[in-house]
Design a protein around this ligand. Structure first.
Ligand SMILES: *Cc1c(COP(=O)(O)O)cnc(C)c1O
Length: 377
């Protein structure tokens, strides 16, 4: 069924088509100048020292865990209310994810108090996810990390150009990871980026991204690389220039796209104020954020009621989603036995409403009025 208002819409036009065409015509389609251009855009726009393009964010998160020397027997703290990759990456290096609760329905980010409670002698790192692009409490998280000598990996997939006290998300911890999956703020189909201010980590990331091979990492200027050494156990986590050329166009559009999303979020906030039975997370936030998604949480509700509300919205032509089915309830995490009351409530009662730059005020009025009628008659 075609929705009257989909959850998300690509911000693509002739420019992306032209960029792909140009890259194909250039006859260089794998990792090359377009990947470098995209990396340079990240360095400049995020005010960060190093950016390394990746085939997707899951790979970036895996490499981040490797770079932080997380090993079997170690524990890594992470939220459960996130995409599965934020926890799976911990297991790729043989370590154990320890799930932390969120603050509550008004702030659906990881709770620093629960982080502190769950630190043991085995804890090595914290993976922070900035939900919907709204920053987690980084001052508290960084001070806990400093006190206990923990690394901080920011899964900043939702928050390109979002700010926390003037700093871009992804640049506050040791490493920041981004995704260019279709429905993200920057879309290339598949793709990702790792950013860091740490030169040692950045150099090793480049090496591990390409089989641990020396010639890729040092990029001999125009020469014929006739020999190379393999000096580390790496992977093929490279992005290609076809996708990167789409990314370059998307980056040029990003600020304008995000400015429009800010406007859409304002319409939502204003109109949702008068709807009884709805909590809108992060309404207190006054900083610039990416508004990747538009989450709401139903009050005094349960999973059956939430699903009924979603069905009725769909019947009215409004597509919704749930961010997220909590990871600790998935089959492969059942044995981890996490007790997360706030996460349990939000995962059962959250609805993600449509969010993209071309939504109009009339669209938002229609969505909110439909929701109000469903909830309050
Ligand atoms: C999309 C997403 C990922 C995974 O990114 P891929 O590029 O699809 O691997 C990880 N974490 C979060 C929070 C995401 O939204």
């Amino acid at each position: 069924m075609a929705y009257k208002i989909p959850l998300f819409q690509l911000n693509f036009d002739e420019d992306e088509i032209q960029a792909v065409t140009n890259t194909i015509r250039s006859k260089w389609i794998s990792t090359g100048p377009k990947c470098e251009e995209l990396e340079q855009q990240f360095v400049e726009m995020f005010d960060v020292n190093y950016a390394i393009s990746m085939s997707n964010c899951t790979d970036a998160l895996h490499l981040a865990c490797t770079l932080c020397e997380i090993k079997p027997g170690d524990e890594v703290l992470c939220p459960s209310l996130t995409f599965a990759a934020s926890a799976n990456c911990i297991r790729y290096v043989g370590a154990t994810p320890v799930f932390c609760d969120i603050v509550g329905p008004e702030d659906i980010n990881i709770d620093p108090a629960d982080i502190e409670r769950k630190i043991t002698s085995k804890t090595k790192a914290i993976i922070v996810v900035h939900m919907a692009g709204f920053p987690a409490d980084m001052d508290k998280i960084m001070s806990i990390a400093k006190k206990h000598n923990l690394k901080v990996i920011e899964d900043a997939c939702h928050g390109p150009l979002s700010e926390y006290k003037g700093k871009k998300l992804g640049t506050i911890g040791d490493i920041g990871c981004f995704s260019f999956f279709s429905n993200k703020n920057i879309s290339t189909g598949e793709g990702g980026m790792m950013i860091t201010n740490n030169e040692v980590l950045a150099k090793r990331a480049r090496l591990l991204r390409s089989h641990g091979m020396t010639t890729m990492s040092y990029q001999r200027a125009g020469g014929h690389a006739t020999s190379y050494d393999v000096v580390d156990l790496g992977y093929n986590y490279r992005m290609d220039d076809i996708r990167a050329s789409i990314g370059v166009v998307q980056m040029n559009k990003l600020q304008k796209d995000l400015d429009k999303r800010v406007e859409v979020r304002k319409w939502y906030d204003e109109k949702l104020k008068s709807v009884k039975g709805v909590i809108v997370p992060f309404t207190e936030n006054k900083e610039f954020v990416s508004n990747y998604i538009m989450p709401i949480v139903l009050k005094e509700s349960n999973v059956e009621k939430r699903d009924q509300v979603r069905d009725k919205l769909h019947a009215a032509g409004i597509q919704t989603s749930v961010h997220y089915p909590a990871i600790h309830r998935f089959s492969i995490y059942k044995d981890y036995k996490a007790t997360l009351p706030q996460t349990d409530y939000v995962t059962d009662n959250e609805i993600t409403l449509p969010m993209y730059a071309s939504l109009t005020e009339e669209d938002i009025t229609f969505i909110v009025e439909t929701l109000d009628t469903i909830l309050n008659g």
